[in-house]
Design a protein around this ligand. Structure first.
Ligand SMILES: [Zn+2]
Ligand SMILES: [Zn+2]
Length: 138
């Protein structure tokens, strides 16, 4: 289950929704199940990596879900599907993303505690969560 968070800029009125959490298909599952499904949910590079790991290792698990990231430089937000592949011992792969403006590595952000970000349109620090309309999805 996940949430959609609506953000709105107080200055220019720009609106954007961000997803956070797990939904149908984007949830924890054994790698075997994922590969049997034959539908490529993730980026093709991630998919290739999962196939490669599955050839040499057993009991792999995929955890995938929407996360909200923030660029430490631009302070703008984006939601991405984070994919974590692990076995019982350790994490073997974890998605990393870069800002499409400045290419800085994005940082995971806790959207529940975040109150302000920079508006991607007018670049003022007036991009805020619209607390009145949290939406649930699954
Ligand atoms: Zn704005
Ligand atoms: Zn950036």
């Amino acid at each position: 289950m996940g949430h959609t968070y609506a953000y709105r800029c107080e200055r220019c009125g720009y609106e954007e929704d961000f997803n956070h959490g797990y939904g149908y298909l984007v949830h924890s599952q054994p790698v075997r199940e994922y590969l049997e499904r034959r539908s490529k949910l993730f980026h093709y590079k991630t998919h290739q990596l999962i196939e490669q790991l599955a050839r040499t290792k057993d009991n792999l698990f995929i955890k995938a879900g929407f996360q909200v990231y923030k660029c430490p430089k631009c302070k703008t937000l984006s939601d991405k599907i984070e994919v974590v592949v692990s076995n019982e011992e350790k994490v073997l792969h974890k998605s990393e993303f870069r800002c499409n403006q400045c290419r800085t590595r994005l940082k995971l952000t806790n959207i529940h505690r975040l109150n302000k970000a920079t508006c991607p349109k007018c670049h003022n620090k007036t991009f805020k969560m619209d607390h009145e309309h949290p939406e649930l999805w699954d």
